[in-house]
Ligand binder design. Sequence first.
Ligand code: ARG
Ligand code: ZN
Ligand code: CA
Length: 347
Amino acid sequence: MGMAALALLFTSCEKDQPENATDLAQESVDMSDFYVHTDFNDEDSKAAEHGKNCYSMKNLNRLLKEDDKLYRKMYDIEKNTRSILAKQGNTAKGKPGSGDGGGTTPPPTDNLGVVSIPVIVNVVYSNSNENISQAQIDSQMAVLNADFRAQNSDAGSTPSEFAGLVADTEVQFTLADVRRYSNSTTQWGTNDAVKAQYPPFSPETHLNIWVCNIGSGILGYAQFPGGPAATDGVVVGPNYFGNTGYVSAPFDEGRTMTHEVGHYLNLRHIWGDGRCQQDDFVADTPSSDGPNYGCPSFPTVNCRSTDMTMNYMDYTNDSCMFMFSEGQKSRLRTVFASSGPRAAMAP
Ligand code: ARG
Ligand code: ZN
Ligand code: CA
């Protein structure tokens, strides 16, 4: 059965017999479109043309090669996410390419309330610039909290086409500890070497961040839910962390962390790391055929719909991204469900 038909079926069932619809939804989760392969080395992709891929996907490709059980783990996480969303009266994805903004669907609810994640910041520096100030760390915490709670001052810049979709994810962050390490390594790469050197503190309950120079102009990379605990967390360059101190424009507003923490909570890039048919598994983010860069004018149309270029999970400049959508909120919050991969972080 096609997803559109399936979605229709759920919608119509739900109106008449909510309980039956719930049971049916759980049993018949459609996983036919699931993928974890990425277009990192795909010559056909817009991202590859730009030579500026997200290194979270590159890192994921490596982890998938190293561990043949990871694919199954991520499949199960996705299936659980879809099952939870279906129970809430939502399907995980919309009609591909329809450009349906989905603003008519009420946001699904869970009973978790505000989720507060304690954060460990590991500062690994080879010079005094990289040994960023407490003020810079505090600025990043403030940006994360503003962005995830839709308290960011630029939230109001969202065009009316998408304004109704701006979400307060009800996830917030508290700084639990800052750990500083001097190391002569000047470029850490994306192979988790920094995590092997400085292992995470209690990754089941804490978001671990390593602030260190990655090299090659790479801003940051995250590990998706389901990956090894020993490497769980986010790595980010010191000059892309926070919005004050040692920061470099146009990535000087702390949005790299907002984007990476989105991945850490299981959000995909809004273009689904593929062309129009490939989805990010979120219904209210319109289909797109590749990343947008810089500061796109509005509307930017791809796949016969307006791209949500101002979404944190696109590749635009920090000053041109300012929202998560309601669908992304619903999706990311399923990781905190009792059956979810980050249940230990739930209140
Ligand atoms: N992982 C992406 C990269 O390294 C991060 C993109 C973040 N975008 C931003 N505007 N800060 O390229
Ligand atoms: Zn990314
Ligand atoms: Ca979408």
